[in-house]
Design a binder for this molecule. Structure first.
Ligand SMILES: [Ca+2]
Length: 425
């Protein structure tokens, strides 16, 4: 996210931070932090490795050049052993990105390991390593770019392991800094410059875990980048991550029909809000703190919500405005939100606003996610399209985070949040 976004295009989304524990999303921030909500992040589904899964994966690994899944050499069995020195396209479709200062990039290691005891399947796997001297936006990424098809649901999956982690995850205490390996697992469309789907994950123990998420791509004119990043912890320590069986597959899901053509968000312009406090159908909450107000304001009869985050807001704190909306799998929705950077100042980095749609059931984020505001104090409309992977409730949200904003205070006004099925052309 944020920095990431700015520095790279990778994202994580929200990110990160939690590393300590807390929450986040695509992003990463190491020193910064959080991204989405910590509780959300903490409950992310991961599948612990079992013997059965291993056996199944071995089968898949043997056939992974077949039609069933799209990543080339998903088990890393064809890569040459040893360090991968190149950045950019390397071997067999794999692409390495190293982000950070010149002095750090050479210490962001990508190594092909060989040996039965290290790989999840076959003999080989990949090891990503970052040194202690990393800071927030310095990280290493492995991925592939693929052209995706309209009307198809995909599942991205990867097995990861933090080999120096504890045998069992620590008992997390809220607000306690817990060591972890921070992994960012996303697809980013438009050749790595468009919208996102995926999540950030905090690995707390040394077991193999399979990460997976599903998505239906909405930006198809260019290839999509499917990637995994190892991000610095808020208190950086040398960290190594093992990676194996990185797959992208079409799923068997089929779309349904949404007969609704109307705008689906209730009170989209906040005109029914008659108190200063945000009230249903809208919701507003702070996470990991209470210092970010969200207030219904009125100017010339127009009502909207203003969120004000002080410059001293910690990397762990965030505040979110949201409404759940029932969407139908396979239908495509146009979503928009007007935002105004109220404390706009020339020469100040534009704030990053976490904006998108979140699927609670699968703990997956979609959309712009790390939306950098345009450099103006006028209202601007930010749009994206979304095709749900499931029918049911989805959370449309706008969030401000301490972590992505470099110690700058951010005051942003929000209005006209809308979601409507795209009309047939
Ligand atoms: Ca392998």
């Amino acid at each position: 996210m944020h920095w990431r976004r700015r520095k790279l295009n990778v994202a994580c989304s929200a990110f990160l931070f939690i590393a300590m524990f807390v929450v986040g999303c695509r992003g990463l921030q190491a020193d910064v932090g959080e991204l989405h909500s910590e509780s959300e992040r903490l409950t992310q589904p991961v599948v612990q490795g079992t013997g059965q899964e291993t056996a199944k994966l071995r089968e898949v690994g043997c056939a992974d050049e077949g039609a069933a899944q799209l990543m080339v050499d998903s088990g890393f069995e064809s890569l040459a052993m040893g360090n991968v020195q190149d950045t950019g396209k390397v071997q067999r479709g794999w692409e390495v990105q190293r982000h950070g200062r010149d002095s750090i990039r050479q210490a962001l290691k990508v190594e092909v390991l060989d040996g039965d005891n290290q790989a999840k399947s076959g003999r080989r796997c990949l090891a990503l390593s970052i040194p202690q001297t990393t800071v927030g936006f310095e990280y290493v990424t492995i991925g592939q770019r693929h052209r995706l098809e309209a009307g198809v649901e995909y599942e991205a999956s990867v097995w990861v392991r933090w080999p120096t982690g504890p045998d069992d995850p620590p008992v997390a205490k809220r607000g306690t800094q817990t060591s972890s390996a921070i992994v960012s697992f996303w697809v980013r469309h438009r050749d790595g410059k468009g919208h996102f789907a995926g999540r950030d994950v905090w690995l707390m123990d040394n077991r193999w875990q399979q990460l997976k998420f599903r998505f239906r791509p909405t930006e198809l004119e260019l290839p999509s980048l499917i990637y995994l990043s190892l991000l610095p912890h808020q208190k950086p320590v040398p960290t190594t991550l093992l990676v194996d069986d990185f797959q992208l597959a079409k799923t068997a899901d089929s779309a349904e029909v949404d007969t609704r053509q109307e705008q689906l968000i209730l009170d989209p312009d906040f005109s029914k809000q008659d108190e200063r406090t945000v009230s249903p159908p809208w919701y507003f909450a702070n996470r990991n703190g209470a210092g970010i107000p969200g207030v219904v304001e009125s100017e010339s009869g127009n009502r909207f919500v203003r969120m004000s985050m002080g410059e001293a807001t910690s990397n762990f704190e965030s505040a979110q405005l949201w409404q759940h909306v029932h969407l139908i799998e396979g239908a495509t929705y146009e979503i928009s939100c007007s935002m105004r950077w109220d404390n706009f100042a020339k020469g100040v980095d534009a704030p990053m606003i976490n904006y998108g749609i979140y699927h609670d059931k699968s703990n997956t984020w979609y959309g712009p996610v790390d939306q950098v505001l345009k450099k103006t104090d006028d209202w601007q409309t930010y749009r994206f399209t979304h095709t749900p992977t499931d029918s049911g409730p989805w959370k449309l949200y706008v969030q401000v985070n301490g972590w992505g904003n470099f110690g700058n205070g951010v005051t942003v006004s929000i209005d006209d949040i809308r979601c409507q099925q795209r009309t047939a052309k």
